[in-house]
Design a binder for this molecule. Structure first.
Ligand code: BGC
Length: 702
């Protein structure tokens, strides 16, 4: 399709229409789509409606076909609508939440999840997914940490890249592929106090060293779109921030795809008290090269006036519309406006057995075994087990952002364990503890955590302790000398100090459609858990935000006798469970750390080698992590940064050798202007099973 030619035929109203995105409810009463926000119905004329360029969410293939048909028959130029939606961790088959995915340290999992999500979502003609969320997340009070990949920029890069590639593959035109929209540019994961939508205030150094990495990885992987954030960046709301959206995003990061605001956020620049009114917001949005306005109607109402007043230039509108039409063309919508929508496939493919099986399989690597004293897990089949806690009969295991997933089809923990033929019973957890007799049981299994609607957008918390009196069961069972295991369901790190004396703790997050079956696989010992944490678990609320890769200070806590150091007088500095931490049913021993050379130059690389012995009778996966500290540099740098990792399968009672190649690239950093800097000098190379237990070797860059 010749886009330039279409553009030349378009009236200004038609161009403005392309720059609007509205929910399907404007066309379909009772659409089944779930919208993450209040619907602000603006008064759009019928003429305006039939010029709109894209739709936020669509319920199913039927809705899509009807809407597109109706639209095309009423539109002069017949430019097809583009349907965009939040397909975050599955469409009808729901997979582990992104935070859980990252704990696998296996980015193929993210790729595969994105693949199946794209294939299923396209049955309803969806062309763009608002995923992945590339925001770095360090504050578990923020409910959206469930939607991200944790506190480490390197891991974030790998998962964002894999997810984009999974959605788009090599060509968005092909059946089964979606275009990916990265979000939320920029810094949305760092709201002050973990309060959603709150102010973000970070230095450019912090931005370039850490926060930009995820977005950049998405751009480099070819993501077609970028969504602006709700928050202000450097004092200016992202959706009207020219410095952010043009100077940084377009010019520095070379993004040339389509930009879209977040939900209503262009208009909210008025509530931020930066734009004066809708007209001003529209002006600033255009100047920030924001191509599509989601939900609010500043563009629809004021672009024309702004052009007539000579405040904005028609060429800016033409360029924006060109980018939008190009995306539609690249998706093949002009030839195939229904975008492979298929009732038949919707029935056959969505939530089919093969996809459910995959959901179960991919969930295995996402669980993190935090504690397992006396080999409490795997459970023995002859054990009598009592289940306690609010999540024993809970089937809502999908997690937030799974609007098309049907929780009612999922199995509860009790059902899943019953199916395994285990001797399980449960007691009402709201009962008084003393009324529950523990004598006849060998194991007390507590299913604890938070409900799925306690994390996600607008789900900030000021207290991350287990609530609803859940901890009493662990205490009661321990007081009665019983073995206690805890299974956790949650969308964010929680404070686990109250239950830390449980014998076993298994973090399962929200694993999706097959959560409890996958958990049963681990409990039965058919699957050996291997995930590691990608966000630190704090000891208490006051430590938050806590993350392993913090900057150096002038008074670090090295000598505990010195009171004038950086520490809490009432609590340790360290996390309860650090980044990278996770156990296995196997026991791994690291030995024979070696380096090929302690001097590295711009030309040569060096190898770090370590042997990992599986000193147990069970095969397992281990995630070997490599961190680097730049010992001295011109600016303060993190005390350590993850630079590489390898996940390897080690058979029982065998040893494997892991080799990391270290090159100049691992020794560079980004300064506050976004430039890559290499500084000669010493670097500490650290290798181990998590961010704390590390073996160190010093090298020098000459
Ligand atoms: C969220 C976005 C989402 C959009 C559309 C907003 O509230 O912040 O992440 O893509 O809604 O549903």
């Amino acid at each position: 399709m010749d886009i330039k030619q279409i553009l030349s035929k378009m009236s200004l109203d038609e161009k403005i229409g392309q720059m609007m995105q509205i929910p399907p409810n404007y066309f379909i009463e009772n659409s089944t789509v779930e919208i993450a926000g209040n619907i602000y119905y603006s008064k759009l004329t019928s003429d305006q409606k039939f010029k709109v360029g894209s739709i936020l969410g669509v319920g199913n293939s039927d809705e899509m076909e009807k809407l597109q048909r109706n639209y095309l028959s009423n539109s002069r130029l017949k430019i097809p609508l583009l349907f965009m939606a939040d397909i975050i961790h599955g469409y009808e088959t729901i997979f582990p939440i992104p935070l859980a995915q990252s704990c696998s340290f296996n980015d193929n999992i993210a790729f595969n999840i994105a693949r199946i999500s794209a294939i299923e979502a396209q049955t309803a003609g969806i062309g763009v997914t608002f995923s992945p969320m590339a925001d770095l997340t360090r504050d578990p009070r923020w409910g959206r940490v469930m939607e991200g990949y944790g506190e480490d920029p390197y891991l974030l890069e790998r998962f964002v890249k894999a997810t984009v590639q999974g959605y788009q593959q090599d060509d968005i035109l092909k059946e089964g592929n979606l275009a990916s929209c990265i979000k939320h540019f920029a810094g949305y994961g760092a709201p002050i106090g973990g309060l959603d939508y709150n102010t973000v205030d970070m230095s450019l150094l912090e931005f370039y060293q850490n926060y930009v990495k995820g977005y950049k990885a998405g751009i480099n992987a070819g993501a077609q779109m970028m969504m602006s954030a709700f928050n202000a960046f450097n004092g200016v709301p992202a959706s009207i921030n020219k410095e952010l959206m043009v100077d940084i995003l377009r010019d520095k990061l070379n993004f040339n795809g389509v930009t879209i605001t977040d939900y209503n956020s262009l208009k909210e620049s008025i509530t931020h008290r930066v734009a004066i009114n809708k007209k001003h917001a529209a002006e600033l949005g255009i100047k920030a090269m924001i191509d599509i306005e989601m939900v609010s109607t500043c563009y629809a109402d004021f672009i024309k006036e702004l052009i007539n007043d000579g405040i904005i230039n028609i060429s800016d509108i033409n360029n924006a519309v060109f980018r939008i039409l190009k995306l539609k063309n690249d998706l093949g919508l002009f030839e195939n406006p229904y975008n492979y929508t298929s009732k038949l496939k919707e029935k056959e493919i969505n939530r089919c057995e093969a996809h459910l099986q995959k959901a179960r399989e991919l969930a295995h690597e996402c669980m993190v075994l935090l504690k397992n004293d006396n080999n409490t897990f795997p459970i023995k089949t002859n054990q009598k087990i009592l289940l306690l806690g609010p999540f024993v009969n809970e089937y809502r295991t999908n997690g937030a952002w799974s609007w098309r997933g049907n929780n009612h089809k999922n199995r509860s923990l009790y059902e899943s364990l019953k199916l395994e033929g285990l001797q399980v019973e449960y007691a009402d957890y709201t009962e008084q503890t003393s009324t529950v007799k523990l004598d006849k049981y060998d194991l007390i299994l507590c299913a604890l955590g938070e409900y799925e609607n306690e994390s996600g957008e607008a789900k900030s918390k000021s207290d991350l302790h287990l609530n609803y009196d859940q901890t009493k069961w662990v205490k009661y069972a321990k007081d009665n000398h019983k073995k206690v295991a805890v299974i956790l369901y949650n969308g964010r790190p929680l404070i686990l100090t109250d239950i830390i004396n449980a014998d076993t703790i298994l973090e399962t997050w929200f694993l999706g459609s097959k959560a409890n079956e996958a958990i049963a696989d681990v409990l039965m010992g058919r699957v050996n858990p291997c995930g590691k944490l990608t966000m630190s678990f704090p000891l208490n609320m006051g430590q938050i935000p806590i993350y392993y890769n913090h900057f150096s200070t002038g008074r670090p806590r090295v000598n505990s006798n010195d009171p004038f150091t950086s520490y809490y007088i009432d609590c340790d500095n360290s996390a309860l469970f650090p980044f990278g931490y996770g156990l296995s049913y196997s026991t791994f021993v690291y030995k024979n750390h070696k380096i090929s050379n302690t001097v590295i130059t711009e030309k040569n690389t060096i190898n770090y080698q370590v042997d990992i012995e599986n000193k147990s009778n069970i095969d397992g996966y281990e995630i070997v992590q490599l961190y680097i500290q730049d010992v001295v540099s011109n600016i303060t740098r993190p005390i350590k940064e993850l630079k590489n990792y390898k996940k390897l399968f080690i058979e029982k009672n065998t040893t494997k050798t892991v080799t990391f190649e270290i090159s100049l690239r691992d020794l560079t950093y980004t300064n506050n202007k976004g430039q890559q800097i290499v500084e000669k000098g010493e670097f500490l190379i650290m290798v181990g099973p998590n961010s704390i237990d590390l073996h160190q070797i010093m090298i020098e860059l000459q």
